[in-house]
Design a protein around this ligand. Structure first.
Ligand SMILES: Cc1ncc(COP(=O)(O)O)c(C=O)c1O
Length: 321
């Protein structure tokens, strides 16, 4: 729907990524963007370089095309850039896939220095970066960091979404990439579903045109920040000191590491019996591991539910330590 595409190109340009309509492809959520990229780029046995852990849905899409993975661990500033070059040389990955802002599942954000360094490596070794960025607008600090695409230009395919800033049920997202690649993706998307829902595109177009989007993003930033703070306080109060967690500067999730002998998967059914759920972490590790990790969501529950849920979970963890 051209007017929506034009708005998306204009908003990207205003934020440091000069774009025209030819750079944009509207997709059925970010997930379809990832799937189209996987379909277009991955042949069986190709390596994809991913953060460890990384977004499970991307692994599912890459798995379908029989990708192999080269994983790079993270610290609080994101991917350990010192390890990336050596792994690129050894495995010659087809793609570098990152969730640079408030990552799903860890909530970690890649630092500006590492964004620049990753772009330099991608250009040097001629490997496209896929920056899957559905959470970038949901930042709790006053300013958002410059995107990887604003540094990397055509070396980067940005995958974006309305799911976290308007509604996941509308199933709309978009890709911002080099125009030659976007033209190919358009054909691939036609094979998949002809086009995204015109009705949903109009709903979102009208929402943005009437000026509702930015105030809405401000509102969720404020609400989710308060919920993150509440969950962090509850964790401090209720969890044993042997458990570690991230302190995300945005997004929807924080990430817990239990002592290494514990299994978040084994605890899960007991937690659900006590009416508190989380996502256990192991499926987010492309090459295995992470049995002692779990992802918590702070955006959905009420403040009272956060207190109650963390109390129950803290109790359960203490009982099984
Ligand atoms: C990192 C990441 N990418 C993509 C998606 C899929 O989003 P969408 O609803 O836009 O398909 C999600 C959803 O959780 C996500 O966390």
């Amino acid at each position: 729907m051209p007017p929506l595409v034009e708005i998306l190109a204009r908003r990207a340009s205003e934020r440091g990524t000069p774009s025209t309509s030819q750079n944009i492809l509207v997709t059925n959520g970010a997930q379809q963007g990832i799937e189209l990229i996987a379909r277009a780029f991955i042949d069986p046995g190709d390596y994809v370089l991913v953060e460890n852990p990384t977004y499970l849905g991307a692994l599912q899409a890459f798995n379908y095309y029989q990708a192999k993975y080269v994983t790079v661990d993270m610290d609080k500033d994101g991917i350990l850039i010192d390890q990336v070059e050596e792994k690129i040389r050894r495995h010659k990955p087809k793609l570098i896939y990152t969730v640079s802002n408030f990552q799903n599942p860890t909530g970690i954000t890649m630092s500006v220095e590492r964004r620049r360094a990753l772009v330099d490596l991608a250009i040097q070794y001629d490997i496209p970066i896929v920056d899957d960025n559905p959470y970038g607008d949901v930042h709790f600090t006053p300013n958002r960091l410059p995107t990887i695409k604003s540094y990397g230009g055509d070396a980067v395919i940005a995958v974006r979404s309305f799911s976290k800033i308007i509604s996941p049920g509308l199933r709309l997202g978009w890709i911002n990439g080099p125009k030659e690649i976007v033209a190919q993706f358009e054909k691939v998307k036609q094979c998949a579903d002809l086009h995204s829902s015109t009705f949903c595109q109009y709903v979102i177009y009208e929402f943005i045109r009437h000026g509702y989007l930015d105030p809405h993003i401000e509102k969720i930033r404020t609400d989710y920040r308060a919920k993150r703070d509440r969950m962090l306080r509850a964790l401090e109060a209720r969890f044993p000191t042997e458990v570690k967690w991230t302190k995300p500067e945005g997004g929807l999730f924080l990430w817990l590491e239990l002592p290494s002998h514990m299994s978040a998967k084994e605890l899960f059914p007991i937690a659900v019996e006590r009416k508190v759920a989380y996502v256990y972490g192991s499926p987010f590790f492309a090459n295995g591991g992470g049995e002692n990790t779990m992802r918590l969501n702070f955006s959905c529950a009420t403040m009272a539910e956060i207190d109650e849920g963390i109390m129950r979970l803290g109790q359960l963890v203490k009982e099984h330590m």
